[in-house]
Structure formats: structure tokens, C-alpha cells
Design a protein around this ligand. Structure first.
Ligand code: GLU
Length: 310
């Protein structure tokens, strides 16, 4: 049997040796204050165990990893009608690209880039105040992680709102194109706060179980999403979860995954484990440098790549 605890410890030791740790995102000023020396990894297994190494209980800003949870909720609310407003194709462009949106008449390529996630926030806002839409997202994440202690880092949310001019440009453009139903400021109030959810690797790995185990948090639990939805969100994570680094991540790691500029990555080994890794320094395409390296090592040592082999 694969000894996951030993593998995670080996990974954590190997990453501690790395001197080139990438660059901490500072375009959201509050994120720039995070210590680049941090590294944590956790795996939530099919038998209910959560195994971890390093700084796995320290909360960090999950940023774009939140997009898979918001999407789960939006699909639950609106079903396949969501796909009239957001596509399902990889963008091959940076996470906050504006160019494509104009060419595509305000329909974002997929729900895991910023423009697509802003549409998802708009769907979740229907019939609600921004506060109750955010509460719905937070409740969903708490239920998935079975942890009521998960919250929002309001300093990060304010910092992003104060400086989020590019996301405002995306939202206003989509409103002009008829693809936002609400005042862009209200939609962004949901989006910015959802991105500022803070979770530790252990909490995030537990929340990701719904994607690893066909909607369930564990054996015998009620499903939070249908198996078909979990499968489809995994497909989107594989093709679109790392922006224009998605092809490389599939090539090197071979697992559905979603990264965030806070340095977190959620990776799903279907039927086997939900894995969360965190290291704040990013590579050139905005994905955690050590987090990606750690997942490459994990995939090699476990043989968990969805493409088989080792
Ligand atoms: N809140 C971030 C933004 O909109 C999310 C980006 C990310 O994590 O990739 O810029």
C-alpha cells in the first residue's frame, strides 16, 4: 500500500531545500505580506484520514480555488442554463485577460478564469443580497470541509476591492454586453469576498473531497453535488484550472487541479484523494511554484495521474 504520510514528509523536506521559491503576488497588496517560506500539503483520503506535512493547518487566501466551489453552487441553482453565459473551453490566456472577452461578445471562455467566475458570482446573486450570496458560498465550503471555523479574510477582500480595477473592467464590459444581470459593484462584492475565503491545506483538502469522491465528503455521507457534476468540474479543472499553464500542469502532474494567486492548489485524484498544497511564491504564469513541483513529485510517487503510468 502507498504510504502517503511518508510521501508527504519526503515532499515537504524536498521543498524545504528549494531556494528559488517564486514571487509572492502583490497586485493585491495584502497578499504581498505573506511569508514566502511557508509550505504545507494535505491529502484527504477515501477512508476519511487527512494526512499532512509542513504548514498544513495555517489558513491562507484560497483566491481562485474558490471558483470551483462557487461553480458547484451555481450549477446546483441554474443547472445547464449556466453554459449559455459561460463557456467550457480552455482560454490559453492569463487569468485576467480582457482581449478574449471582446472577441467572444462578453461570454467568458470558462468559469475558472476571472471573467467566468464573475459571471458565476452574478448567477449566485440572483434574488439575493451580496451578503447572502457570500454566506451561501461560505456555508457550502464549510459543509464540504465539515468545518464551521472557515471564514473570510476581510483585510484581503478590502485590499482586492480597493485595487481591483482590472476585474471591474471585466465586469463592466460584461454588463455592457448583457452578460451580467446586476450592478457590477454588487457582483464584484460577491466575487472579491469569495476569493478572500481563508483555509488551511487540511481544510481545503477536506472541502475538495466532493470532487474526489463523486459529490460525497466521505463514506456514507450525503452527496453535496451529483456525481455527474463532480466529473464535469474535474474535467474543467484539468483543462482550465491553471490558466495558460493548464497544459503544462496536465503534462507534468496529470490531475484535475485549481490554483489561486494566494499560492494554493487543490488537486483531485478521483476515487483516491483530494490534495491541497500551499506555497505563496508563484511561477511565471501565476501558479504556486513549489506547489506545482510538490504535486509533480506526488504524482510520480503515487502513480495517481489520471492518464496512468508513473
Ligand atoms: N481574486 C483574484 C483576482 O481576481 C483571483 C486570481 C487568482 O487567484 O488566480 O485577481
Amino acid at each position: 500500500m502507498t504510504d502517503i504520510a511518508a510521501i508527504l514528509t519526503r515532499i515537504e523536506r524536498a521543498m524545504a531545500q528549494e531556494t528559488e521559491r517564486g514571487r509572492v503576488a502583490d497586485y493585491i497588496p495584502e497578499l504581498g505580506t505573506v511569508d514566502p517560506a511557508r509550505f504545507g500539503i494535505a491529502a484527504a483520503m477515501a477512508d476519511g484520514r487527512v494526512i499532512s506535512a509542513g504548514d498544513a493547518t495555517l489558513p491562507f487566501s484560497i483566491q481562485s480555488v474558490s471558483k470551483v466551489f462557487a461553480l458547484s453552487l451555481a450549477l446546483g441553482r441554474l443547472g445547464d442554463a449556466c453554459w449559455a453565459r459561460v463557456g467550457r473551453e480552455p482560454s490559453g490566456d492569463p487569468f485576467n485577460s480582457i482581449v478574449q472577452l471582446e472577441a467572444d461578445d462578453g461570454i467568458p471562455r470558462n468559469p475558472l478564469i476571472n471573467a467566468g467566475a464573475i459571471v458565476v458570482s452574478d448567477i449566485l446573486l440572483a434574488g439575493r443580497t451580496p451578503e447572502s450570496a457570500v454566506t451561501a458560498i461560505l456555508d457550502f465550503v464549510r459543509r464540504a470541509a465539515e468545518d464551521e471555523g472557515i471564514g473570510i479574510d476581510t483585510a484581503v477582500a478590502t485590499s482586492e476591492s480597493d485595487t481591483g480595477f482590472r476585474n471591474r473592467a471585466l465586469a463592466h464590459f460584461m454588463r455592457a454586453a448583457g452578460n451580467l444581470d446586476h450592478d457590477p459593484e454588487e457582483t464584484l462584492a460577491v466575487y472579491f469576498r469569495q476569493c478572500a475565503i481563508a483555509m488551511s491545506c487540511e481544510q481545503l483538502a477536506r472541502a475538495g473531497r466532493i470532487f474526489a469522491f463523486a459529490g460525497h465528503t466521505g463514506p456514507g455521507s450525503d452527496a453535496l453535488i451529483t456525481p455527474a457534476r463532480a466529473r464535469r468540474i474535474n474535467a474543467l479543472m484539468l483543462t482550465c484550472g491553471h490558466y495558460d499553464g493548464s497544459g503544462e500542469f496536465a503534462f507534468e502532474v496529470g490531475l484535475p487541479g485549481k490554483s489561486g494567486v494566494g499560492g494554493g492548489i487543490l488537486a483531485i485524484a478521483p476515487g483516491k484523494a483530494s490534495v491541497a498544497v500551499w506555497s505563496p511564491g508563484l511561477n511565471a504564469v501565476g501558479n504556486s511554484r513549489l506547489g506545482t513541483m510538490a504535486l509533480e513529485m506526488l504524482a510520480r510517487e503515487t502513480g495517481w495521474s489520471v492518464f496512468g503510468g508513473v
